[in-house]
Design a protein around this ligand. Sequence first.
Ligand code: URA
Length: 209
Amino acid sequence: MPEIQVIKHPLIQHKLTLMRQQQTSTAKFRSLLKEISMLLAYEVTRDLPLKSEPIETPMETMNAPLLADKKMVIVAIMRAGQGILDGILELIPSARVGHIGLYRDPHTHMVIEYYFKVPEDLSDRDVVIVDPMVATGNTASAAIGRLKQANPRSLRFMCLLAAPEGIEQVQAHHPDVTLYTAAIDRELDSQGYILPGLGDAGDRLFGTR
Ligand code: URA
């Protein structure tokens, strides 16, 4: 059932508070994002199908559960999505990876794609698009729209923080895609930043400010 899922696990909420604090260092921000991403991924992948295969333990043969299908695909929206990607890959090292680069034209305000590379033939793969912040929702909507063209078997979106405006935008354009987030914040400011938020996720992740 497509919807918005707010993952309120105490560990996630605690780590998110540490990430929000402006005195948190780049190194700490990076490791917290990785840790939260692993915890969020646990929920995002909760319904992945399993198959049963015979294996040998040191004691005997058993039919044991394994992920049923082809490797899942994580698509990071550049550049801050990389921080979430690193966390998920720690948990699911066999996942395939895609990248999508989008920017907003300052004159037309249109979302322009400057990079797109995903594994070939997504028709039998489950795709998770990742980006820490869903602010206006324009980038998220554009990324979802672009990935839909590749016809994945399933598509979900995982972020850390979302603004109500962004959620509305994504749900209006893609009501079939479930959005997972650790929190929904109050609003956007006039520059499109989330309040209270955590600032610019890319800058804080890469130490570029
Ligand atoms: N992108 C960010 O990195 N931070 C925001 O608050 C909004 C968009």
